[in-house]
Write a protein that binds this ligand. Sequence first.
Ligand SMILES: [Zn+2]
Length: 151
Amino acid sequence: MRQPLAERFFDKIQIGGDDDCWLWIGAKFLGGYGSIWYQGQNRRATRILYILLGNEVPAKFDVLHSCDNPPCMNPRHHFRGTRADNCRDMGKKGRACKGSQQWNARLTEKDIPYIRELRRNGKLYKEIAAKFDVHPVTIGDIFRRSTWKHL
Ligand SMILES: [Zn+2]
């Protein structure tokens, strides 16, 4: 039997002082964001933490970092925002807002060929999006190779 989510989850956080960054010591996505297997897919750890703490994160929202440290799991350093907020936030910090690494980070490289195959086999963007817990626009971008071009 699998350990309950909360148990295996909190084992993977190096908890520090209130204002410190708490590092995720489990698996990571490209870009350094924590990754955890939950309900059949790899999920962003920050998103799962947000939910475990009793908050809601609709699919079009991401959990963003105020500390600009992707593996950080201190909930005091997290806030909920949209992709556009994330762009603005990145802009403020003087970095380019390019896409795939940030908001597609919920997906891993092995998901991409599968997503394209589902679409070729006639699945709708919204059906595929629901399966991977992302926005249908994200699936459209992947299929048209606007993102994840290297795969
Ligand atoms: Zn932090």
